[in-house]
Design a protein around this ligand. Structure first.
Ligand code: BTN
Length: 256
């Protein structure tokens, strides 16, 4: 365990080797009263969680795998916004650490050259009165992988594949913690609206065809002040698509 002089995010970092999932490790610490900003990293996950119950694949030591404990004093309905906050922070960090310009696919994918380099998974636990007890914000970034399993081929990339050179995951971790500290503070102070323009500038989704949750499709035309995607449907109407409808129970994944 390493304590560093950061304001909130990364106040304490538990650097683990081989785990089931950093989300599960941090959930245990959260239950024991760990403070906001506590981080768990791992070299490898046996059962890395992606959105919608998917498996998050990594190659041991080649990726950046972390979970961050957040205790925002906001209604539980705002938890899905943390997908977008995390994606903006990860794109900030990739640019700061390696100079690349990442794009964001709503709500929680980070892309390089049109391929997925990272993903965000906010898992929220509700408390009394519709407030959030806490959110465990999972972040996975492909850093130095050069090969992916067949089912990811043509969809995933790594920072190394995108830039042609190896990168130091430790340095990228520092950049992610710095960026998340700043973006999370902005979000607490002013909501997603504060980073809406930054999101728009990096969006890979606006202007693209998207599927609607109720069926059918449309074209993504904007993102709302609360992070909802605004979609012009085939019938001409404007629909708001909110990420992270609860999947039932107390804990739910707030990803798309
Ligand atoms: C996605 O599906 O895009 C979200 C992927 C999130 C993966 C990260 S890796 C660190 C943390 N631990 C997990 O088990 N999942 C998240």
């Amino acid at each position: 365990m390493v304590a560093v002089g950061r304001r909130v995010i990364g106040c304490t970092v538990h650097a683990l080797d081989d785990v089931d999932s950093t989300q599960a490790e941090l959930a245990r610490l959260a239950g024991e009263g760990a403070p906001e900003g506590t981080v768990v990293t791992a070299r490898h996950q046996q059962a890395g969680r992606g959105r919608r119950g998917r498996f998050w694949w990594d190659a041991p030591g080649e990726g950046l795998i972390l979970s961050v404990l957040l205790r925002p004093p906001v209604p539980a309905a705002q938890a899905p916004q943390l997908s977008l906050v995390g994606a903006v922070a990860v794109s900030d960090a990739l640019e700061a650490a390696s100079g690349v310009e990442a794009r964001i696919r709503w709500p929680n994918d980070v892309l390089l050259g049109g391929l997925k380099v990272g993903g965000i998974l906010p898992e929220a636990v509700s408390g009394p009165g519709g407030r959030l007890a806490h959110v465990i914000l999972g972040i996975g970034i492909n850093v130095n992988q050069v090969r992916f399993p067949a089912d990811l081929s043509g969809r995933a990339t790594s920072l190394r594949l995108a830039t042609g050179t190896r990168h130091d995951p430790g340095r990228l971790l520092e950049a992610v913690l710095d960026a998340l500290d700043r973006r999370y503070a902005e979000w607490l102070a002013g909501g997603f609206a504060v980073m809406r323009d930054a999101w728009r500038q990096r969006s890979a989704t606006l202007g693209q065809p998207v599927a609607l949750p109720e069926g059918g499709g449309g074209v993504a035309v904007d993102v709302d002040v609360d992070g909802a995607l605004l979609v012009r449907a085939g019938d001409g109407g404007l629909r708001r698509v909110v990420s992270g409808e609860p999947e039932g129970g107390e804990r739910h994944a707030a990803g798309h």
